[in-house]
Design a protein around this ligand. Structure first.
Ligand code: SF4
Length: 347
């Protein structure tokens, strides 16, 4: 029986404690973190500074297996979608999004999703299971190594968004631990501002996140400020209504120049009218808000349609009259179904 646990499940403090409790010098944790997270090596660490006891402990107790990249789709706009196969054969997707010769990775946190948003391809699957910390970290390391190998001149992976399959705050513990590993100064050393967690408004998770992971960027899927429309788009709005979520967000302390991102999926003849735009502007006016306008990307069988370009521009213009920045997010990767709400795991 394999009693090894994944190395990628342990944050730095856990790893130090584990080594210490097994009579191994905890200083080995720094070497391991440097090897696997700073240098992102996949093969086992055989650093000469590791003691014999440390080597034996590591070999006997840690599994360094990563998920596998099963398929790679490269879009004409340089977006890359990786179909990642997990140990139990389930699949999730990670998406590499290029911006000014750097990449942001969009990580999945669950297989399927329990939130069942009506515009979302992933939501149609229902929740199959949560991802473990090592499966979240694994997506990053695989993507980093894929970029290094395939786009060597252009492989800086600097930002993480939890916006792939799943509601990240519904899988709180695993996502929190993965974030601690991304942030650790002994390894990848990403800043809190380089990580964004996106939620549909799952309030219990949001409260924990604010208390336990302060400073990490937050994105809220807004999509409508009208209760009936939001209920239809995001069914958990019935349980955690927008106003309640916003009242809580308003209490979260923000750093200087830190904004909350509000994602607004524009759907033709549903939430793209001037009335919707004015209501959104009035709702967010005066807040540290950036509004990302995302034209809906139709997927096979979806009941919604992409808005007209003229409605998108009009919506943006109206939001601007409320002194709010509204960015139209180009739907990178929509030729390979890699845009927001389109992730599914069909091979
Ligand atoms: S949009 Fe996000 S929260 Fe909603 S069903 Fe899809 S993956 Fe889940």
């Amino acid at each position: 029986m394999n009693t090894k646990t994944s190395f990628y499940q342990h944050n730095f403090e856990d790893l130090q404690d584990l080594l210490k409790n097994n009579a191994v010098n905890p200083a080995s944790a720094s070497l391991l973190y440097r090897h696997h997270y700073k240098e992102k090596k996949i093969e086992a660490c055989d650093h000469h500074n590791l003691s014999k006891a440390a080597r034996e402990f590591i070999t006997t107790n840690f599994d360094f297996t990563l998920p596998e990249i099963e398929l790679v789709h490269e879009s004409t706009d340089q977006t890359v979608k990786l179909l990642v196969k997990l140990k139990d054969g389930q699949r999730v997707e990670s998406v590499l999004i290029p911006f000014q010769s750097k990449y942001t990775i969009c990580l999945s946190t669950q297989v399927g999703c329990a939130m069942k948003c009506s515009f979302c391809f992933t939501g149609t699957q229902g929740l199959k299971r949560h991802l473990s910390t090592d499966e979240i970290i694994g997506q990053f390391i695989l993507a980093w190594n894929w970029l290094k190998e395939n786009r060597p001149d252009d492989h800086q992976l600097k930002n993480i968004v939890y916006m792939g399959q799943g509601e990240p705050l519904h899988n709180f513990d695993a996502v929190k631990k993965a974030s601690e590993i991304f942030l650790s100064q002994h390894g990848m050393s990403l800043g809190v501002q380089k990580i964004t967690v996106s939620t549909a408004g799952y309030l219990p998770g949001l409260k924990r996140w604010n208390e336990e992971m302060p400073g990490v960027n937050l994105a809220l899927s807004l999509h409508s400020v009208f209760e009936e429309k939001r209920n239809k788009l995001i069914p958990i709005n019935q349980r955690y209504p927008l106003q309640e979520v916003m009242d809580y967000i308003d209490t979260i302390p923000l750093a200087r120049k830190q904004y909350v991102i509000y994602e607004y999926l524009l759907i033709k003849d549903f939430n793209d009218t001037p009335e919707d735009a004015h209501a959104t502007g009035a709702f967010l006016m005066g807040k540290m808000a950036i509004i990302n306008l995302i034209p809906f990307n139709p997927f096979p069988g979806s009941e919604y349609q992409r808005p007209l370009d003229s409605s998108i521009l009009e919506f943006q213009k109206i939001i601007g009259t409320y002194n709010l920045p509204a960015l139209i997010r180009t739907t990178k990767g929509d030729d390979i179904l890699a845009a927001c709400g389109q992730l599914n795991t069909k091979v």
